[in-house]
Design a protein around this ligand. Structure first.
Ligand SMILES: Nc1ncnc2c1ncn2[C@@H]1O[C@H](COP(=O)(O)OP(=O)(O)OP(=O)(O)O)[C@@H](O)[C@H]1O
Ligand SMILES: [Mg+2]
Length: 434
């Protein structure tokens, strides 16, 4: 059970802590799990050894001192030897991790107390809470960690997909696969099953290794995120080393592009709520050292019939990045792509802010700033490189000066002058109450 790991070696500040000192590719393979912290003041922890102790003690592998209720050794995570399990079991899916509760105050998994001396299986994305409620005397919130497997995937047969899911309808179709609404027969719940044919990648890209790696970009990014506005990844299946299936959280409101089309354009107070959520996600991702690279309305999903509750999806172009090492791969979606990606002189995570500016423009004015329709005499890429952002007199009547100011500071040619996610979140158009 392993999948090709991402080639990208993030050197960002927010790289998770680990006892392992080496950062070589081989050492990376030893990272079999990760504990993602909900709180920003506790860093994520990469699990490399078969047993890790978590608690206040200095000798803990993962030392947490943020709460007085945390025991010296609060809990232990054990890894079963996969070889032993495979020999003894013919099961399709095996749990490789177990949590042992060693604390009097208790460790909770998905809100359920494990209990001192008890051991329970840990599944992908389980939530581990160290103190059940806010500590009354200190008003400290509980310490919450999310467990994820790394280098982990279920290899299954094609029939197994049919046995496991009932396809309800197609939700979307891309160049390399489809997204379907499915019913999981096990829990009778609805999910979005995203299917990618990695062989189709191979027709468009050079090496097989690169194609496989590209197909896993989405998994490698999504498994490291826990955010209310990012679509959740539940399971990953690989069939015949070719077909990749991601079982994702399903949201029923369609995508933002459909919503813009049906509304013609968004009122500013509603657009503000949507853009703020996108910026929140970008701040979260960028701080973790990840870039999205395909921000556009089709990739912003609507949670319900509400025009403002969103979740970001399609992390197929996402990857870890380092501010010191610019990216060069030319990708994205024509109308939303930043000029520095087109000119191929190296780009950073600032490209996501450009695309967010384009989305904001489109939401408020109902058309794209750079498109074939706007200027028939010039290619879209040329328009983007020129960055000649024009607001007609009708536009100026339609939007407030504050909104226009934010758009201009996001659709800014120079990525060094462009607002960051944090700066954009502090822009008066976003922060002002009315
Ligand atoms: N989790 C989901 N819940 C509901 N609808 C979804 C979900 N994921 C995707 N969709 C629908 O399917 C469409 C395509 O999904 P997605 O953007 O993930 O794939 P894609 O565009 O085919 O990928 P790519 O752009 O890499 O080719 C979305 O625009 C949306 O309408
Ligand atoms: Mg998409």
């Amino acid at each position: 059970m392993s999948f090709s790991k991402s080639k990208s070696k993030s050197k960002s500040k927010s790289k998770p802590k680990s006892k392992s000192k080496s950062s070589s590719d081989e050492e990376d393979l030893k990272n079999w799990g990760i504990l993602i912290s909900k709180s920003r003041n506790i860093e994520d922890f990469l699990i490399t050894t078969n047993t890790i102790k978590i608690g206040r003690n200095k000798s803990s592998h993962f030392q947490i001192t943020k709460s007085s209720k945390i025991s010296g050794t609060h809990c232990i995570i054990h890894r079963e030897n996969p070889e032993t399990i495979n020999k003894n079991s013919k099961q399709k899916k095996v749990a490789l991790a177990f949590l042992e509760d060693t604390s009097t105050n208790g460790t909770f998994v998905n809100g359920v107390l494990v209990g001192k001396g008890n051991i329970r299986e840990l599944n992908y994305s389980d939530e581990i809470t160290f103190v059940s409620a806010i500590e009354p005397h200190t008003k400290l919130p509980p310490v919450i960690l999310y467990f994820r497997y790394l280098n982990y995937i279920d290899k299954i047969s094609k029939n197994f997909i049919k046995e496991k899911f009932t396809v309800v309808e197609e939700l979307g179709k891309g160049e390399y696969g489809t997204v379907s609404l499915v019913l999981d027969k096990k829990d009778n719940d609805l999910y979005a099953l995203k299917y990618t044919n990695t062989e189709k990648f191979q027709k468009n890209f050079k090496s097989k290794k690169y194609c496989i790696q590209r197909s896993f970009n989405e998994v490698n990014s999504l498994i490291k995120f826990e955010h209310d506005n990012i679509i959740k990844l539940y399971e990953v299946f690989m069939v015949e080393e070719k077909y990749l299936y991601l079982k994702l959280e399903y949201v029923k409101g369609g995508n933002l592009l459909e919503r813009i089309k049906s509304k013609r354009c968004y009122p500013e107070d509603e657009a503000k709520i949507v853009i703020k959520q996108i910026l929140d996600v970008l701040l979260y991702m960028h701080e973790k050292g990840f870039v999205h690279r395909d921000i556009k309305p089709e990739n912003v999903l609507m949670v319900s019939s509400s025009d403002t509750d969103i979740k970001l999806t399609d992390f197929g172009f996402s990857r870890a990045f380092s501010k010191k090492e610019p990216m060069y791969t030319k990708l994205g979606t024509e109308n939303y792509v930043a000029p520095e990606i087109i000119t191929e002189r190296g780009y950073t995570n600032a490209c996501d802010l450009w695309s967010t500016g384009v989305v904001l423009f489109e939401m408020l004015l109902g058309y794209l700033p750079f498109s074939k329709e706007i200027r028939t005499d010039m290619s879209v890429w040329k328009q983007i490189i020129l960055c000649d952002l024009e607001f007609t007199s009708i536009d100026n009547n339609k939007i407030s000066p504050q909104a226009k100011d934010l758009i201009q500071k996001l659709i800014e040619k120079n990525p060094l002058k462009r607002l960051t996610a944090k700066q954009a979140l502090n822009h008066p158009w976003i922060t002002e109450k009315k």
